[in-house]
Design a protein around this ligand. Structure first.
Ligand SMILES: Nc1ncnc2c1ncn2[C@@H]1O[C@H](COP(=O)(O)OP(=O)(O)OP(=O)(O)O)[C@@H](O)[C@H]1O
Ligand SMILES: [Mg+2]
Length: 211
C-alpha cells in the first residue's frame, strides 16, 4: 500500500508546491511516486513535473475532490508514495484528503498570519483524526531567515502548535525558487546548505511515516 502525504495549508503562498515538488523529486530517486496536483488551474506542481519528465513520477491533475480520491484508489498498489499538493482555500479537498492520508505537512513561515491559518488547520486535522487514526500532522517552518526576531517569534509561538513541528526547518533560499522553475529539486542544485537542510527534512519526514 502506498504511503500518502498531503501538503496542506489554508493560506496561499506558504510553500506547498515547493515542498510537494521537492518531496516528489527526492522520493522518486528510489521509489515510484504519484504526484497529485489538486491546486488547479494554477497547476504549479504540474508545470514542475512536465519540465522534469521523471519516469518515476506519475502526474495526476485532479480538478475535483472526487477525481483525486478515485486517483488515489487506483494508484494505491502501483506506487510507493502519493504526494498531494492541495489548494489553499478548499475545505472539501482538505477534509477528503485527510480522511485517507498517512501524513499531512503544514508549511508556514514565521508570521502571525501563517500561525493563525495554521491554528485553524490544526483544529480541522484534530477533528478528522477521530476517523483516521493513522493520520500524522507536522508543521514545516519555511522561508525562515536567521535573525533574533525569527528565533523569538518561533519561541513564542503557541506551545500547542510547536509540539507538532518537524525537527528540521527550511530557510529562505533562492535555490527553492530556482529549482521549482526548472523542474529540479534543491538537492540537484549547487546550494549545499539548501541541499543539506532538505536532506534533513526528508529524513525527519520518513521517520514520521515509519512510526
Ligand atoms: N524556502 C523558500 N525560499 C525561497 N523561496 C521560497 C521558499 N519556499 C517557497 N518559496 C517561493 O515562494 C513562492 C510561493 O511558494 P509556493 O508556490 O511553493 O507556495 P504555495 O503555498 O504552493 O502557493 P499557492 O497557495 O499559491 O499554491 C514561490 O515563488 C516559491 O518559489
Ligand atoms: Mg502552490
Amino acid at each position: 500500500m502506498a504511503k500518502i502525504i498531503a501538503v496542506a495549508q489554508l493560506k496561499g503562498g506558504v510553500g506547498k508546491s515547493t515542498i510537494t515538488t521537492n518531496l516528489a523529486g527526492s522520493l522518486a530517486v528510489q521509489h515510484r511516486v504519484a504526484l497529485i496536483d489538486a491546486d488547479l488551474p494554477q497547476g504549479t506542481s504540474s508545470r514542475w513535473a512536465v519540465l522534469r519528465q521523471d519516469p518515476n513520477i506519475e502526474l495526476i491533475a485532479a480538478e475535483t475532490a472526487q477525481a483525486m480520491t478515485a486517483a488515489v484508489d487506483a494508484l494505491d498498489s502501483q506506487v510507493d508514495y502519493v504526494v498531494i499538493d492541495l489548494p489553499p482555500r478548499s475545505l472539501k479537498f482538505l477534509r477528503e484528503t485527510l480522511a485517507f492520508a498517512d501524513l499531512v505537512l503544514m508549511p508556514l513561515s514565521a508570521s502571525a498570519a501563517d500561525v493563525w491559518a495554521t491554528e485553524e488547520l490544526v483544529a480541522i486535522v484534530r477533528e478528522v483524526r477521530k476517523g483516521n487514526k493513522r493520520l500524522r500532522a507536522r508543521l514545516v517552518w519555511n522561508r525562515l531567515r536567521a535573525s533574533r526576531l525569527t528565533a523569538k517569534f518561533l519561541e513564542e509561538t503557541a506551545a500547542e502548535l510547536r509540539s507538532k513541528e518537524m525537527d528540521s526547518m527550511l530557510c529562505q533560499r533562492t535555490a527553492y525558487m530556482e529549482a521549482l522553475g526548472i523542474g529540479k529539486t534543491v538537492e540537484e542544485l549547487k546550494d549545499k546548505k539548501a541541499a543539506a537542510e532538505w536532506r534533513i527534512m526528508m529524513r525527519d519526514l520518513l521517520k514520521q511515516l515509519d512510526k
